[in-house]
Design a protein. Sequence first.
Length: 59
Amino acid sequence: MVAQLRSETGVVGIMLPSLRVDPVSAAGEAGYPLVDLGRVNFDTAMRIVAVLHEGRRGA
């Protein structure tokens, strides 16, 4: 799942350098690990906004 997210965000020019499965939530018994998108700089955040906006317009 993380590899797919990294690949797909890379296609649209977004790099999430801290992308990973949160180890604490993955160790829990609930079976629903969280994906840690990490901290990103302003430019990356704005790229995410632009991609989401375009996706919504195209839908």
